[in-house]
Design a protein around this ligand. Structure first.
Ligand code: C2E
Ligand code: MG
Ligand code: MG
Length: 747
């Protein structure tokens, strides 16, 4: 003890007071009170500074017993130890005093050494106890602290090997709303009440509770069955209701069953917290048990986090571009930049896996800057090469929104590469709008003032209110792909899509649908008057190289029309296919035809073929024919000759195939035929070999033909088509002039 503690002597005898004062004054400060009442008054003002009280029992005005009964109700006085001074022979007094709460007693006449040691010992013991208590107990709620909980829970588990225990982490989700609404003091009071309720309920089933910090609590309880658990949760919920907590403040439980007793309690709590984190923000899930998969997931995420910086410096993140289309003209209108991680051991990792990890640890800001920079650098190169690039949208994480300097960062990148601002668009995900609407609206406004075009990503995936659209000045809405994917499952999806499209239309906002995977998706969206879209049906995300090739192909197109890119938009096939000029016309039955040959346009062809496949999945054949050396014909004989030749091919195909077999010109020198005659593979080959031979004989050009046969397991037009194209390319590569069946190449 290196500072002087204060001792209060309460005795009606001035002589006694003087004696004790003298004994203690070398080591302590002393104050004196004449009786119990006098002492209480002193405590009212100075309790915090008094370390010990020496109390006489028999006094006028208020005796020692009455004082003992009442002093502990004075704030900060309850912990002050009291030593009672009794007569040498009064054992009865001693017992009575001790049972009334005195810490010890001394007897008269006083022995100075005994008194000094007793006083010093009691003060030290009491201070140690108070110190231990402050480590053990949380100051606000008096629940066990985390460290104390770890120790006590470990003891409970160790001393009760027969029972199984659950470690439960409890989060009061959105508790900050209480602080925001009523202030911190109210928030603290409420936390104390919650703690008390929790302590009582957990205590009643034989467990203990701790406050881990903030609004997170942990408890250890004997395993409860379903019913008991429900009772537990209901009881707590009822108590919370009594506290008038706002309804969006919800209690969430993450539970770890402590069947492996060798784990430390800290590790058990970590797992419970981890389980808890998987239901954070899910408004309809309240409790979750930890399982091993979560452990693997955590390990995987830790690996990603430990590799991320090196990956960025070693340029393992690559930017892909997924084209966006005008659904009516089927022209490319732009692209979205999407990042991929080329991991040396794990292979290509999808952003869906690592973006959430990076959002949690903050690395996303660096990665996003990298993606924006790369995109602008690519745009600059394309501009320099005269490719007339279309706008590219980059994703802006909701974390970036909190960064006040976001507009400056983006602007500096734009300036660095001298990119016209309309070429870099920003996609902001809808969840960002939900979480912190005001901040977001402010940021969107600032970005717009800088001249950026803003697209609201994943619209319809969260709980955003549609009225928000009128407040947030976005230019484009991107319909979340789940709406399209769920349209057969839920009628509501269609209503929602229709509603969003109409509303957006009224507000002058464009709509882009995400995740168009099939012709059916496309037709469905067109019917709902959705103008723009993006999805695997048109093209997967492409490497910068592939996307450049696509742009090259577009540059070679006449301005007003572009043929559908279909699946072959991926890579060079798109370039090959779209070189020639193809105008379309609509015939009397409303079908789209190629203006030159009057054969079916690919979209009509695909739709009709799919219909037949739906009706009868087996026994159909899809042929793709590509004329050999057509480029040479073009160079040597010119456009007119080429046109004539293409018309002759069309006429030839009409002769070769029946009236009801579908024939299409799918690219400048490429044709497709859909045959449903139920012939076996051998017969099909024989027949098509004949077609190839007659073609050379009758019109003087050869073709390479790919054949894909439908079967029950594969009756998707898109799949058949890309199989046939692949088979056709095989023929082209190896020998030209002839045919091959997909899956039986070389025949
Ligand atoms: P998003 O911005 O909504 O991007 C669209 C996602 O849908 C992309 O997934 C894309 O590959 C995928 N997709 C496109 N068409 C289809 C389709 O027809 N069917 C299906 N099933 N999926 C399709 P991806 O590339 O895996 O990206 C996932 C999400 O990761 C993105 O969703 C975006 O939120 C985020 N992300 C991607 N790149 C970045 C980035 O550079 N920065 C940030 N902050 N987020 C990114
Ligand atoms: Mg996006
Ligand atoms: Mg999206």
């Amino acid at each position: 003890m290196n500072y002087r503690r204060k001792v209060m002597i309460v005795d009606d005898s001035p002589v006694n007071r003087m004696i004790v004062s003298k004994i203690l004054s070398d080591s302590f400060d002393v104050i004196e009170a004449e009786n119990g009442l006098d002492a209480l008054e002193i405590l009212m003002n100075q309790a915090g500074s008094i370390s010990l009280i020496i109390l006489d029992i028999v006094m006028p005005v208020m005796d020692g017993y009455t004082f003992l009964e009442s002093y502990s109700s004075i704030p900060q006085a309850g912990n002050i130890p009291v030593i009672v001074a009794t007569q040498m022979d009064s054992e009865q007094d001693e017992v009575k005093a001790l049972s009334a709460g005195a810490a010890d007693f001394i007897t008269k006449p006083y022995k100075p050494e005994v008194i000094r040691h007793r006083v010093a010992n009691i003060i030290r013991m009491r201070e140690n106890a108070a110190f231990i208590n402050s480590i053990e107990r949380d100051a606000l709620t008096s629940l066990y602290t985390k460290e104390a909980f770890y120790t006590l829970a470990a003891e409970i588990i160790e001393h009760d090997p027969t029972n199984l225990f659950d470690i439960v982490c409890i989060d009061i989700e959105n508790f900050h709303i209480v602080n925001d609404l009523y202030g911190e003091h109210e928030g603290d009071m409420l936390l104390c009440n919650i703690a008390q309720s929790l302590d009582a309920i957990v205590g009643s089933v034989g467990g203990i509770v701790s406050r881990f910090g903030g609004d997170v609590f942990a408890a250890i309880l004997p395993v409860l069955d379903q019913l008991q658990w429900q009772e537990f949760v209901d009881e707590f919920q009822t108590k919370l209701k009594d506290q008038h907590i706002p309804s969006n403040v919800q209690v969430k439980y993450g539970i770890f069953r402590a069947s492996d007793r060798s784990l430390s309690v800290r590790a058990m709590c970590d797992r419970a917290v981890q389980a808890l984190s998987t239901i954070k923000g899910k408004y309809d899930v309240f409790h979750v048990y930890y399982d091993d998969e979560m452990g693997m997931r955590l390990k995987y995420e830790l690996e990603l986090a430990s590799d991320m910086r090196r990956a960025l410096s070693e340029q393992r993140f690559k930017v892909y571009y997924q084209p966006k289309y005008d659904l009516i003209t089927e022209q490319i209108i732009g692209a979205e930049a999407l990042v991929r991680w080329m991991h040396p051991e794990k292979g290509i990792i999808s952003p869906a896996e690592f973006i959430p990890v990076f959002e949690a640890n903050g690395f996303i800001t660096q990665l996003d800057s990298f993606v924006w920079d790369t995109t602008c650098r690519d745009l600059r190169r394309w501009l320099d090469e005269g490719k007339k690039p279309m706008p590219v949208s980059v994703n802006v994480s909701r974390i970036d929104i909190y960064n006040e300097s976001l507009p400056d960062i983006l602007e500096s990148i734009i300036h660095k590469y001298a990119i016209p601002i309309n070429l870099l668009r920003l996609e902001i995900t809808e969840t960002a709008y939900v979480k912190n609407q005001q901040q977001l609206v402010r940021m969107v406004n600032r970005l717009k003032r800088h001249g950026f075009i803003i697209e609201m990503d994943d619209f319809g995936s969260g709980f955003s209110s549609l009225t928000m659209l009128s407040e947030t000045p976005v230019d484009v809405i991107k319909l979340d792909m789940s709406l399209l994917a769920n349209r057969y499952k839920s009628e509501r999806s269609t209503s929602i899509i229709r509603f969003i499209i109409n509303l957006a239309d009224e507000l002058g906002i464009s709509v882009i649908a995400e995740g168009i995977e099939t012709l059916d998706d496309l037709e469905y969206l067109k019917k709902l008057k959705c103008r723009y879209g993006q999805g695997f049906y048109f093209s997967k995300p492409l490497t910068a190289d592939e996307y450049e090739k696509l742009m090259d192909a577009i540059l070679m197109q006449p301005k007003d029309y572009l043929p559908k890119q279909a699946k072959t938009a991926i890579g060079s096939a798109a370039a090959e296919q779209s070189k020639g000029e193809m105008r379309s016309v609509v015939d009397a039955q409303g079908r789209q035809l190629d203006a030159l040959t009057r054969l079916l346009h690919l979209s009509t062809f695909a739709e009709a073929a799919q219909k037949r496949l739906d009706e009868c999945p087996d026994g159909n054949t899809l042929l793709v024919l590509n004329l050999d050396n057509f480029a040479l014909v073009n160079e040597n004989y010119g456009q007119k000759h080429c046109d004539d030749l293409l018309r002759s091919v069309a006429a030839f195909l009409h002769r070769e195939f029946r009236e009801d077999e579908l024939i299409s010109r799918v690219g400048s020198d490429e044709f497709a035929v859909f045959v449903s005659d139920g012939m076996p593979c051998e017969s099909v080959c024989e027949r098509m070999n004949g077609v190839c031979k007659r073609m050379i004989a009758q019109i003087g050009v050869s073709c390479s033909m790919g054949i894909a046969l439908s079967e029950h397991l594969c009756a998707e037009f898109d799949v058949l088509y890309s199989n046939a194209v692949q088979a056709m390319r095989e023929v082209k590569k190896t020998r030209k002039n002839g045919c091959a069946v997909y899956g039986k190449l070389g025949s």
